[in-house]
Design a protein. Structure first.
Length: 182
């Protein structure tokens, strides 16, 4: 099966992320100091929140990505049962042969029920020694205050046209598409 271009050309490292240079700089500092906090990436759709988080995780864990990262789309897995089962199970276990904290990426976290968010708060408290969370959402106001207060927040603004053009030109070049032909 062939990957969509979104997945095929998703940035593999933080250096590959087209914009948000201040956010990238801050994330790199956390990585170099081994002080990764719980994070909340918020802003409009299509601004690179998920791509940035996945690039961060790939850079952090390399070949151990599969055992160190749990990715969930909270709009699909948004209820309290997911928090009590999959998230808690992943958070409570230590990885074999790998040092450092694991990462749970909750995309579209603003779709989680309030009950699930309250349960998530408790999981964050209990397992902060061995796991970090990255909540990704469009609407920060839909994340309960107790979760927000436990996260370092990063606001992703709309991409500038020059960054979009640069990425499109890169993908067109990789795919052998002549953008000048109409």
């Amino acid at each position: 099966m062939e990957l969509s271009w979104v997945e095929k050309y998703r940035p593999a490292t933080l250096e590959d992320v087209s914009s948000h240079k201040q956010i990238i700089k801050t994330l790199k500092k956390f990585m170099s100091e081994h002080t990764l906090p719980h994070m909340c990436f918020y802003g409009p759709p299509g601004t690179g929140k998920t791509s940035t988080c996945v690039a961060l995780a790939r850079e952090l864990y390399g070949q151990h990505y599969q055992v160190m990262v749990l990715e969930l789309n909270a709009s699909d897995d948004r209820g309290i049962n997911v928090v009590r089962t999959r998230i808690k199970e992943f958070a409570s276990t230590y990885p074999f042969d790998v040092s450092g904290v694991k990462l749970i990426i909750l995309d579209e976290a603003d779709a989680m029920t309030n009950e699930a968010q309250l349960a998530l708060r408790r999981v964050m408290e209990l397992y902060s020694d061995n796991v970090r969370f990255c909540l990704i959402c469009n609407y920060l106001t839909k994340i309960i205050d107790p979760l927000q207060s436990r996260c370092t927040k990063f606001k992703f603004n709309t991409l500038e046209p020059k960054h979009i053009k640069k990425r499109i030109d890169f993908i067109a070049g990789e795919e052998g598409i002549d953008m000048e032909k109409g």
